[in-house]
Design a protein around this ligand. Structure first.
Ligand SMILES: NC(=O)C1=CN([C@@H]2O[C@H](COP(=O)(O)OP(=O)(O)OC[C@H]3O[C@@H](n4cnc5c(N)ncnc54)[C@H](O)[C@@H]3O)[C@@H](O)[C@H]2O)[C@@H](O)CC1
Ligand SMILES: Nc1ncnc2c1ncn2[C@@H]1O[C@H](COP(=O)(O)OP(=O)(O)O)[C@@H](O)[C@H]1O
Length: 393
C-alpha cells in the first residue's frame, strides 16, 4: 500500500514539449450528459482540458450539446442520434400509456444506432470516457433485462404503426426500414422483458427510460478497444444491471476493454459487487482490489482517502476535504483522469494524478472559498493552481 505524495505526482506528470500541437496532448471523447444532467457533461469535458488534454469532443444528445456549447466555447460537440418520436410514439401506444404517463418518455434518449455514428470518433480518440450524467433511468433497482430484446416483435410493432399513421410518417418509417441501418432498426426500440412483482413479464413493451439500449450497444462496440476507457456513474450502474440482473434472468458476463478504469463511489461499487455499502466501507482496500480483479480493470474507489488499485498495487490518496462532497465533483474527477490518459499516461498513473490533483485543487479552493462554499464548477479553476503547486516543488 502506497500513500500518494507531491514528489511522486510530480514524477508522473506528462511532459509538455515545446515543439507540440493540440494533438500531441491527445483527444478525449467524452460520452456524457442527458436531459437532467447537462452539468455533468460540462464538468467532465472541461476538466479534461484543464489537466492538459489538447482536444475534447463531447458526444451527447442534441440538446445537451447545445447547452454545453452555450456555456463554453472550449468543447467540440458531436450530437448523437436520439430515439425518433416515431419509436417513442410506437412504444407509448403499444404500452397503452395514458396521456398523463407520456411525460415520462424522454425524447432525448439516445438511440442504440448512435453507436454507429460514433465509430469514427472512437477511432480518432486517444481516450474515451463514458457515463457522467448519461442517465440510465430512474434507479438501478428498476428491473429491466436489456439482454432480452425481442427482434420480431419490435419490427412488427413499427410496421403495424406504419399502416395506421399518416402517409408522411409512414414514408419516413419505410425509408428507415430500407436504410443501411435497416438490420439494426429493431435495436432502436428498447423492448425488454420486464419484471414486475418479482415475476418476468415476457416481451412486454416498455417506454424508453434512460439510455439502456445505447449503453448495451456501446459496451459491445468497445469490448475490444485498446485505448483507455473510463467508466463513471451511470455507465457503472448499467454494468451493475448486467452483472446482477433480477434473479430469473441469471448473470451476464461483462468484458471491459483491457485498459479500463472505473470510478465508483462506495454505493456504485457496492452495486457492482452486489453487496451493502456499510460492509464495503469497512474494508475499502479489500473490496476495491476484489473488483479490480473480477472485472480486470483499474478501480478508483472514491470518498475520503480514495483507493486506487489495479488489483495488485494499491495507492491511497491523502488530499481532499468536505468541500468535495458536493454534486458534480465526481464528474470533474472523471474528466481529469481521461485528460491524463489522453496525454499518454498509463491508466494507473492517470488515475493517481487525477485523484491527487482533484483533492489538492479542493484543498486550495477551500482556503479561498471555505469547505462550505466551493462549487464543482469552482474546482475547475483550481486545477491549474494544484498543478502549479506540484510543479513548484
Ligand atoms: N450537475 C450535474 O449534471 C450532475 C450530474 N450528476 C450525475 O447524476 C447521475 C446520478 O448520480 P448520483 O451520484 O446522484 O446517483 P447515485 O444513485 O449513484 O447515488 C446516489 C445514492 O448513492 C449514495 N452515495 C453517493 N455517494 C456515496 C458515498 N460516498 N458513500 C455512500 N453512499 C453514497 C447516496 O446517498 C444516494 O443514496 C450520475 O450520472 C452523475 O454523473 C451528479 O454527478 C451530480 C451533478
Ligand atoms: N469528505 C470528502 N473528503 C475527500 N474527498 C471527498 C469527500 N467527499 C467527496 N469527496 C470526493 O468528491 C468526489 C465525489 O464524487 P461523486 O460521489 O461521484 O459525486 P458526483 O456524482 O456528485 O459528482 C469524489 O472524488 C470523492 O472522493
Amino acid at each position: 500500500m502506497n500513500t500518494l505524495t507531491l514528489e511522486y505526482i510530480k514524477s508522473i506528470l506528462p511532459p509538455r514539449p515545446d515543439n507540440s500541437h493540440k494533438m500531441t496532448f491527445g483527444h478525449v471523447l467524452n460520452i456524457a450528459g442527458s436531459l437532467h444532467y447537462r452539468g455533468a457533461a460540462y464538468l467532465s469535458s472541461l476538466s479534461a482540458l484543464r489537466v492538459g488534454a489538447g482536444y475534447v469532443t463531447l458526444a451527447s444528445s442534441p440538446s445537451v450539446c447545445d447547452s454545453v456549447s452555450a456555456l463554453t466555447p472550449n468543447i467540440v460537440t458531436f450530437a448523437l442520434r436520439t430515439l425518433s418520436p416515431l419509436s417513442v410514439h410506437s412504444l407509448q401506444r403499444t404500452a397503452n400509456l395514458h396521456l398523463k404517463d407520456a411525460q415520462i418518455v424522454d425524447v432525448q434518449t439516445l438511440s442504440p444506432q448512435a453507436v454507429l455514428q460514433l465509430r469514427d470518433k472512437l477511432t480518432q480518440a486517444s481516450a474515451i470516457s463514458i457515463g457522467s450524467g448519461l442517465s440510465i433511468g430512474q434507479s438501478t433497482d428498476q428491473c429491466i433485462d436489456i439482454t432480452a430484446i425481442n427482434t420480431e416483435l419490435t419490427v412488427d410493432v413499427d410496421v403495424t404503426l406504419c399502416t395506421e399513421m399518416s402517409a408522411e410518417i409512414s414514408t419516413d418509417l419505410n425509408s428507415d426500414l430500407n436504410s443501411d441501418l435497416n438490420s439494426d432498426l429493431r435495436s432502436e426500440l428498447p423492448i425488454c422483458n420486464v419484471i414486475k412483482d418479482n415475476q418476468p413479464h415476457s416481451n412486454e413493451l416498455i417506454p424508453p427510460q434512460g439510455n439502456h439500449g445505447f449503453f448495451y450497444a456501446l459496451l459491445n462496440e468497445i469490448q475490444t478497444c485498446t485505448k483507455p476507457v473510463i467508466f463513471d456513474a451511470d455507465a457503472l450502474n448499467f454494468i451493475s444491471h448486467l452483472l446482477n440482473p433480477p434473479v430469473p434472468f441469471g448473470t451476464t458476463t461483462v468484458t471491459l476493454p483491457n485498459k479500463s478504469i472505473i470510478t465508483p463511489h462506495p454505493k456504485e461499487l457496492a452495486r457492482l459487487l452486489n453487496m451493502d455499502v456499510a460492509t464495503l466501507q469497512t474494508q475499502r482496500m479489500h473490496f476495491a482490489r476484489l473488483a479490480a480483479k473480477q472485472l480486470n480493470t483499474i478501480v478508483v474507489l472514491k470518498g475520503k482517502n480514495t483507493v486506487i488499485t489495479d488489483g495488485n498495487d494499491v495507492f491511497i490518496n491523502p488530499t481532499g476535504n468536505s468541500a468535495l462532497a458536493k454534486a458534480g465533483t465526481g464528474d470533474v474527477l472523471t474528466g481529469m483522469i481521461s485528460g491524463f490518459c489522453a496525454q499518454g499516461v498509463s491508466p494507473i498513473n492517470a488515475a493517481c494524478l487525477g485523484v491527487y490533483l482533484h483533492g489538492l485543487a479542493g484543498n486550495i479552493a477551500a482556503e479561498d472559498l471555505s469547505q462550505y462554499g466551493m462549487l464543482a464548477s469552482d474546482l475547475l479553476s483550481y486545477i491549474p493552481k494544484a498543478i502549479l503547486k506540484v510543479l513548484a516543488i
